[in-house]
Design a protein around this ligand. Structure first.
Ligand SMILES: Cc1cc2nc3c(=O)[nH]c(=O)nc-3n(C[C@H](O)[C@H](O)[C@H](O)COP(=O)(O)O)c2cc1C
Length: 359
């Protein structure tokens, strides 16, 4: 049987050469001072342009949105120029590339922020269990500062500016990172959003930031160029969603009429998010599993064959297999990444994994 992942996809706003997306993956190689992507980032993504869609690593819309060393921005003229070279290389290779817009909220540290600033969040709720990576090693989290209402509005506007910058840099579209316990999900979750203004206090209030960000970004670049990534019921980064089903049904219902490029759902936890949300979403749906091991070819095929998603995204397998769709097509062996070279550094472990023909 030919893999359902290898069939081209034609959705309302997306035409992809296959149904395999490269999931967003932070690689920590940008210039830590300027936030400009690494000079090899264009080559890295161009090597992976056989994916139907590439979603870049998370990119900050505001200096306070940066989570760790070597994470790029999309704010300054130099950063935009750096990304223009990346999108040019991917387009030259026939690929489609969306920029992931990522504000980490409380998942940062003064050592990672300009001027030693305190991280901002919906509420001053500190993450307790895990340390955070900085240039001085792993350190405990600090208590974030609750954003004022005006700051929340400024941050929404910053996402819209980042989206416009992405289009100026040649991206085919943008993906709002609403997953994995970062700022957008910190507004959605009951345990991290204790606000009493209109961005909290009720389900409607907790949804407002996500909806306002997506709408502001869609107003800036057109809804057909905007995707949203969510991870319902994902406990990562100490998120506790008391009513994931209620929250995400309401979010999806509110956004379905907007005509977005896609919804990208990470399935994790007890709530079967793909099965629950698929019937409520009339546009393109991208599925992803986030388990302890890299998701297999078979797992994505089953999801697409069952109609639970139109496209499936792979993260870890793309690190050491730049031509992953060709390997799936050939049932070829898959290379394993060198763990120590995933984050930070330069060419090694980044652009030196050979394609199948050269293995
Ligand atoms: C090294 C690494 C970096 C990641 N960075 C991001 C990121 O910047 N944004 C994001 O939404 N998810 C990020 N993820 C999660 C992946 O997009 C994906 O959901 C996860 O790896 C599960 O898919 P897989 O089983 O195919 O690897 C990252 C994952 C890895 C392994």
């Amino acid at each position: 049987m030919t893999s359902p992942l290898l069939a081209p996809y034609e959705g309302p706003h997306l035409r992809l050469r296959n149904r395999i997306a490269m999931a967003p993956m932070t690689r920590g190689r940008a210039d830590d001072v300027t936030g400009v992507p690494h000079p090899l980032t264009g080559e890295y993504y161009a090597q992976r342009a056989g994916a139907g869609l590439i979603v870049t690593e998370g990119i900050w819309p505001h200096p306070l949105g940066k989570g760790g060393p070597g994470i790029p921005g999309l704010v300054t003229r130099e950063q935009i120029a750096g990304w223009r070279a990346v999108t040019g290389a991917v387009h030259e290779a026939g690929g489609t590339i969306f920029a992931q817009l990522w504000h980490v909220g409380r998942m940062s540290h003064p050592l990672n922020l300009p001027g030693g600033a305190t991280p901002v969040a919906p509420s001053a709720v500190r993450i307790r269990s895990e340390g955070i990576h900085t240039n001085e090693g792993n350190v405990p989290h600090v208590t974030p500062r609750a954003m004022t209402t005006a700051e929340v509005e400024e941050t929404i506007a910053a996402f819209a500016v980042e989206a416009s910058n992405a289009v100026r840099a040649g991206f085919d579209g943008v993906e709002v990172h609403g997953a994995n316990g970062y700022l957008v999900q910190q507004f959605l979750a009951e345990n991290t959003n204790r606000r009493t203004d209109r961005f909290g206090g009720s389900r409607e209030g907790r949804l407002r930031f996500a909806l306002d960000v997506v709408r502001a970004v869609a107003d800036a670049v057109g809804p057909e160029r905007v995707g949203l990534r969510i991870s319902p019921d994902n406990p990562e980064n100490e998120i506790a969603e008391e009513d994931a089903r209620g929250t995400y049904r309401a979010l999806v219902d509110a956004l379905d009429p907007s005509g977005l490029a896609y919804l990208h759902v990470i399935e994790r936890g007890a709530y079967g998010a793909l099965a629950d949300l698929r019937p409520r979403w009339s546009g393109t749906l991208i599925g992803n599993f986030n388990g302890p091991e890299p998701t297999s070819q078979r797992a994505g095929e089953e999801v697409v064959a069952a109609g639970l998603a139109d496209v499936f995204s792979y993260g870890r397998l793309f690190i050491a297999n730049p031509d992953l769709p060709a390997r799936f097509a050939a049932s070829a062996p898959l290379a394993r990444p060198v763990e120590d070279l995933v984050y930070g550094g330069h060419a090694e472990g980044y652009v030196d994994y050979p394609p199948l023909a050269r293995v």
